[in-house]
Design a protein around this ligand. Structure first.
Ligand SMILES: [Zn+2]
Length: 88
């Protein structure tokens, strides 16, 4: 499996079309699982021209694993950071 750096090299941004414009950044996508949400910190490529975020397989697998833990109620390794409300 290529490293994130190798994965991003010479990549054409699917949003803006620039080539080799991705820098490695930490991002925290927030995903919804039924009425709960989970924020997963991952390393990803972010286009320095338009902000498009690209995940490699490692980051996708981390997100999928965290979502599966929350979906399965396996929250021992997850950090409880708040509550969610809806109104009205
Ligand atoms: Zn771009």
């Amino acid at each position: 499996m290529p490293t994130l750096t190798e994965f991003l090299k010479d990549l054409i941004c699917p949003r803006c079309g620039w080539t080799d414009s991705f820098a490695i950044r930490e991002i925290v996508p927030v995903l919804r699982v039924r009425n709960n949400t989970i924020a997963v910190k991952v390393r990803a490529g972010v286009c320095t021209h338009c902000g498009e975020e690209i995940l490699d397989k490692t980051a996708s697998d981390e997100i999928d694993g965290a979502v599966k833990k929350l979906r399965d109620g396996d929250t021992q390794q997850l950090h409880h950071i708040g509550e969610a409300y809806s109104y009205p």
